[in-house]
Design a protein around this ligand. Structure first.
Ligand SMILES: Cc1cc2nc3c(=O)[nH]c(=O)nc-3n(C[C@H](O)[C@H](O)[C@H](O)COP(=O)(O)O)c2cc1C
Length: 178
């Protein structure tokens, strides 16, 4: 099984989740490629059987490099005829979409557009979306600090904490059985 973990993180929260995913996959005896996304990254998504894709949430969306990369890849795969009407399934290809988010104003709904956006490229390509994981991540920049203790999700300082990462590890083990 060929496995990829592609993620974007600016303040380190999603990087912690990405690291947990990669460690857990390796501990289960599989090889995994872990890549921090840049907009002009060259990736052959169709060569992987299982992909983990994740980002922090910034103004309800994934990081700009992730958006730019997805725009480029969607155009590239459409031009190659790999995105077909009705999006026929590619047997055995799976994706897990994950994010970390602060949810200060409206909770998990703030993260929903980004997770759905990231999933769509893979769904269009015929991958089955086998997980959508939302992990809380505190706001690190000084100007946003108050949002980590006075928002819709209450006090999220220190998140993702060990319990959050342990939950991710358990979910990864579950996904490897799918
Ligand atoms: C500039 C900025 C914008 C953010 N916008 C949102 C947002 O719209 N919705 C949300 O739920 N969280 C938002 N957050 C919180 C981040 O999504 C959260 O802290 C996340 O864990 C950051 O991931 P990272 O550390 O991997 O970059 C924002 C954080 C920053 C720094």
């Amino acid at each position: 099984m060929k496995i990829l973990n592609m993620f974007f993180s600016t303040t380190g929260n999603t990087a912690k989740v990405a690291q947990t995913i990669s460690n857990t996959v390796q501990q289960a005896g599989h090889h995994i490629e872990t890549v921090k996304v840049k907009k002009d990254l060259d990736l052959d998504l169709l060569s992987y059987d299982l992909i983990f894709v994740g980002s922090g949430i910034y103004e309800w969306l994934p990081g700009q490099p992730m958006i730019s990369l997805f725009t480029k890849l969607r155009r590239q795969y459409a031009a190659q005829g790999e995105i077909k009407p009705s999006a026929p399934r590619r047997h055995g290809k799976k994706v897990v979409v994950y994010c970390t988010y602060g949810g200060c104003h409206t909770g998990p709904n703030e993260a929903l557009p980004a997770v759905k956006f990231m999933g769509q490229l893979f769904d269009h390509l015929g991958f089955d979306i086998v997980g959508e994981w939302y992990t809380v991540g505190e706001y690190h920049p000084e100007i946003y600090k108050a949002m980590s203790s006075g928002g819709r999700l209450g006090d999220i300082r220190g998140r993702p904490h060990e319990g959050d990462l342990a939950e991710i590890a358990e979910k990864v083990k579950g996904i490897l059985l799918v």
